[in-house]
Write a protein that binds this ligand. Structure first.
Ligand code: ADP
Ligand code: MG
Length: 513
């Protein structure tokens, strides 16, 4: 591992950084009612780069009311699907037109390499709005030929409509700040909902810039409201608010369970995209170069802070040493540094808290007798850097193999044959994703079918597209995002039955007409 330099924060960000970071409620920017703010850090240096309004329950309440008004009275609910689509497309265009600034904000706020922020986060965010723009005119129900045994002489026209679920609270994480905002806002707006969005307190900046772009696109006031603030205050207030019809959350499994409890009050609908401990399986007949590079990228992409990271690397016995050495070489030679240095391949972790959390797992691995084949420590420099780490000599029951680390730390585990691998891969509370590397397509099919995971990548990893559903089995979540899956997240289904002849209801029983 080599370390890259620490360039200055780009001057082009200064105009945005110089502005106060306020809440966007009902089309207006304002401070939190309490007047409180919180600091935003550059994870590459640990320095404070901005102060954001710390919204709490009072601000959330105001935002929910604004969203309700826009949903029930405002122009939003009366806008044609086609006009809604045009607005979403325009947001996608504005993201693209401002892609460099948005990518710089992601690097400053999250730490990820600028080139990745530009090519992955920002490009996929624009794509999601455009993809969802197309759905606005295609969210539709069905018609049903029905036979009602107790009304044989009548005839019914029965159909379903998919209607917007209403006011949606959206709570998002810090690992892909802009992209997660797009994943949440795109489908909710396509369905005709109004939104209160709470970005993660570690990474609020790109969502605030997106708020400005949403205004520039011409979305009516109150349709999207953005409240920055802490999870325990602003986030919890969204989950508990009776005026919220639905909450969509991405984050830790622990908080996902809290959201479900808080949502019980008014039985708001809930969808969750949570953690993972995904198996990545390399068979001995795989294309070795591709598998080794793929296994490294599956864990080191985004500093390992990816819910679908391939953190349990299962390697068939005969090729275990070769694959371990190959992934280890990549880890050793990886350029770790400031995301604004174009040579950087891996940036810092997002926060001090995350830095401490990963250290805790590295210590647990060492204490449990695991071998740090490569890395295993923090970097001795300012900022929240961790060495890309490959852990060997582990068994399936160790903490580092069982629990989500959410850092650039992979555990390598040998396996014997086809018979044992599916059981071991599935031996987890999570079920978000999995990878399979083999040239034998029937073997790939067989394993893919037996894996209890929401996404299975064969001879590739971390391939995302707005047209693909994404979400988890087991404790990795509830529901699917992207594609048609999002419609179920943000619509209610209404069944309407119209009688050809007014039905003369019998005084008793069902039969007489
Ligand atoms: P992490 O601990 O890795 O930051 P979290 O699940 O805590 O992951 O955070 C994901 C999102 O959930 C963030 O926007 C955060 O503010 C929010 N959040 C945290 N705690 C709560 C909570 N109790 N209720 C609602 N939202 C929360
Ligand atoms: Mg947390």
């Amino acid at each position: 591992m080599t370390t890259a330099s620490t360039p200055a924060v780009p001057q082009t960000l200064q105009p945005f950084l110089a502005k106060p970071k306020q809440l966007m409620i009902n089309g207006q920017w304002s401070a939190a009612k309490s007047g409180e703010t919180f600091d935003v850090f550059n994870p590459a240096s640990g320095e404070v780069v901005a102060q954001c309004a710390a919204g709490d329950a009072k601000d959330i309440d105001q935002a929910v009311k604004a969203a309700r008004k826009a949903f029930e009275q405002g122009p939003w609910s009366k806008l044609s699907p086609s006009d809604r689509g045009k607005l979403l497309w325009k947001i996608g265009d504005l993201i693209e037109a401002n892609n460099e600034e948005l990518a710089q904000l992601e690097t400053l706020d999250n730490g990820k390499p600028y080139g990745i922020a530009l090519a992955v986060d920002v490009a996929l965010a624009a794509d999601m709005f455009r993809y969802m723009a197309g759905w606005c005119t295609k969210i539709q129900g069905d018609t049903f030929p029905i036979t009602v045994p107790y009304a044989p002489d009548n005839d019914f026209h029965a159909f379903t409509l998919k209607e917007p679920v209403g006011v949606v609270g959206q709570i998002i994480p810090w690992n892909f700040p802009l992209l997660m905002a797009a994943w949440k806002l795109g489908p909710a707006l396509a369905a005709g909902c109004c939104v209160v969005l709470k970005p993660a307190e570690q990474t609020p900046l790109s969502a605030l810039r997106l708020g400005e772009l949403i205004q520039e696109a011409g979305l009516p006031e109150g349709v999207v409201n953005i409240v920055t603030g802490m999870g325990e205050t602003a986030g919890a207030a969204i989950a508990a608010h009776d005026g919220v019809d639905k909450v969509a959350f991405t984050g830790s499994t622990e908080v996902g369970k809290l959201i479900i409890k808080a949502a019980a009050g008014n039985l708001k609908k809930v969808t969750l995209e949570l953690g993972g401990k995904s198996p990545n399986v390399v068979y001995k007949d795989a294309d070795m170069d591709a598998a080794i590079a793929g296994a490294a990228s599956a864990i080191f992409f985004n500093q390992g802070q990816v819910c679908s990271a391939g953190s349990r690397l299962f390697i068939e016995e005969d090729v275990f040493d070769d694959v371990l050495a190959g992934v280890g070489d990549i880890a050793k030679n990886m350029k770790v540094g400031d995301g604004f240095d174009s040579a950087t391949e891996m940036g810092p972790l997002v926060s001090k808290e995350q830095h401490d959390r990963v250290k805790h797992y590295l210590d647990a691995g060492k204490a449990g007798g695991a071998t740090m084949a490569v890395g295993g420590g923090l970097l001795d420099r300012p900022g929240y850097f961790v060495q890309p780490t490959v852990i060997a000599n582990v068994n399936d029951d160790m903490k580092v193999v069982k629990e989500e680390i959410f850092g650039p730390v992979v555990t390598a585990l040998p396996f014997k044959d086809d018979r044992e691998i599916a059981d071991r891969a599935n031996d987890t509370d999570y079920g978000l994703a999995a990878g399979v590397w083999t040239k034998d397509i029937s073997k790939a099919h067989k394993l893919a079918k037996s894996l209890r995971a929401g996404s299975v990548w064969v001879n590739c990893y971390n391939i995302f597209d707005a047209a693909l559903p994404f979400g988890g089995y087991k404790q990795s979540g509830l529901g699917r995002e992207g594609a048609k899956g999002s419609q179920a997240m943000f619509t209610e289904m209404k069944t309407t039955i119209i009688a050809r002849e007014p039905r003369k209801m019998p005084r008793m029983g069902m039969a007489a007409e």
